[in-house]
Design a binder for this molecule. Sequence first.
Ligand SMILES: [Zn+2]
Length: 424
Amino acid sequence: MNLLSRILNRFTPRTSAARPAPQSVSISGGDGDALTIRAGWIIDGKGGPVRQNVRIAVKDGIIAGLWDAPAEPEGSAPEAIPDFSGCTVIPGLVDSHVHLTMRGSADEELRKRLRVASYESIRRVIGDHLQDHLNHGVVAVRDGGGVRGYALRCARGYPGPVCVRAAGRAWHREGRYGRLIGRPPAEGLGVAEAIRQDGERGDHLKIVNSGLNSLTEYGKQTAPQFDLSEMSAAVKAAAERGLSVMVHANGAEPVRVAVAAGCRSIEHGFFMGKDNLARMADKGVAWVPTVVTMSAYARIFEQTGRNPDVARRTLDHQLDQLAIARRLGVTVALGTDSGSPGVEHGAAVIEEMQLFMQAGYSLPEAIPCATVNGAHLTGGEFGLIEPGRPATFVIVEGSPSTLPESLKRVRAVFIDGIKHVEAG
Ligand SMILES: [Zn+2]
């Protein structure tokens, strides 16, 4: 049995649909039915200090109240309150850049086989990846495209609980990078016209405007795939269809063009430089730096006897850019590019958050990047723990000092007041 069959067989017994079958328990069902949770610590996602000993009231899927522990509500019986006093509560996480149809394996043969596997097989793979995300506290993902648009197709029929926003197939210029995640416009058609005529409507649009980073020549940059007038027309055509645009862009010029054209977010942005970061801060363009991809390449190269120096230096450079982005106030959303070689769905969020902290983000600063900033990109109301917001949060063992590693041991994940993961 080959590796792909073994992996697909492993998924088959789990569930017949893409949706995993979590133990879902409604805790906020009927009239007046509310639940109060005792939390040891809360990081609310607004960037402020950690709060200690807080109660969270949940009613009808919404956070109904939040108060310090001594302010016990009238008539509440403390013994009836689920006790998470040894745990930290954070908003549900968002991975703002994933490829659900791809595995985080470095096995090129497996990756190739997945690219041609049937939709039914891929649907099971996607279901497995979404369960991996959920198990690490990720409640929403933003897919950056695939060669056949299967993530979008699957998302359309996927009943949850993870919120999936997918681009479908990305756009790239004929003969340039992007074949593995999208398609070029039909011959003789500009990218804007191709977008207008496209029958496939995603949740957002993905355009590829540079090559990949070189793993053998440090800092090598590629020319933009589309010039400013083409990219501006494409962003306009997307806006006419109600779609924001995420742009894959590495290097100063490809990023400059995308930002000037009015894109919503820059994906990757390696070697984009400080001027671009300043422009992004000015214009409110979000950045999804996908730092962990380079760390994964360095690791794979070390394990396989290839020279990891360029990957390591590129990683360091991206961390420097992230430190600049933090100082300039760029809106940064955490995205892992999971499905890239060595970048596992769900688990990669932990390392990406660690890398943010290595670049100078405090934990309360890194959490909004992994929650509310991503929620904005996906159009979600979740991402903050405050009254009136969806009761969508993650409970991890231990104090905040155990984060982000404690995301390996998620105690519970609530989405709209419903518990989807429960451990311990
Ligand atoms: Zn990607």
